[in-house]
Design a protein around this ligand. Structure first.
Ligand code: SF4
Length: 191
């Protein structure tokens, strides 16, 4: 963990603890470093979403090219966030980032100004939104043309993972104690 960043976060947490009336996170959990197992758990719904999406493409279009492109898009999308959003986050280069992206970001880019986090988040999140939509569209068209119970099951599993489990895990676990959740466009309306 970047020592200066860690000291800064701990100091910020202590300051917040001294001002409990102003704390917006009702859980009062201490800032702590995440283990590799916790980082793995945090990434799991995204990985499952990409695998299920790829399975939908493969089953519907029956070609490895769109399937491979979707998997590639999933990998590039993760690195897009790592490179263009994480350098602006409080958790950059620390083990306090729940999914480990913050540490990977430090290998590619220098720390940027936290004040630009919201702007960078809003600008870059749309880049990965089609990952949630494209498999539903491909699967839906396939169902309409040639109904299959397996395709229906894949679409339902994809929807549960990407629209229920993934957001639930990030709002209740990953992002629940982030110091910038009150200004983050993702968390602002959920906390
Ligand atoms: S908390 Fe989110 S924005 Fe911050 S470093 Fe981790 S993945 Fe990036």
């Amino acid at each position: 963990m970047n020592q200066r960043m860690g000291e800064r976060l701990l100091a910020q947490h202590k300051m917040n603890s001294d001002e409990k009336d102003n704390i917006s996170c009702k859980k009062h959990c201490p800032i702590h470093e995440y283990s590799h197992l916790q980082e793995f758990i945090d990434n799991l719904p995204y990985v499952i979403m990409i695998l299920l999406g790829a399975a939908i493409f493969f089953t519907s279009i029956k070609s490895v090219i769109p399937t491979g492109l979707y998997i590639l898009y999933g990998i590039v999308g993760a690195f897009w966030i790592i490179i263009f959003v994480c350098p602006y986050c409080h958790y950059y280069s620390t083990r306090v980032c729940p999914c480990g992206y913050g540490q990977i970001a430090a290998k590619f880019r220098k720390k940027k100004d936290d004040i630009l986090f919201v702007e960078k988040f809003k600008k870059n999140i749309p880049v990965i939104i089609p990952l949630w939509i494209a498999p539903i569209v491909a699967g839906g068209v396939s169902l309409k043309l040639d109904f299959s119970i397996w395709m229906l099951a894949l679409i339902i599993l994809f929807a549960i993972d990407s629209f229920v489990i993934l957001p639930l895990l990030s709002t209740k676990y990953g992002c629940a104690h982030c110091p910038q959740k009150d200004t983050c466009p993702w968390m602002r309306h959920k906390s």
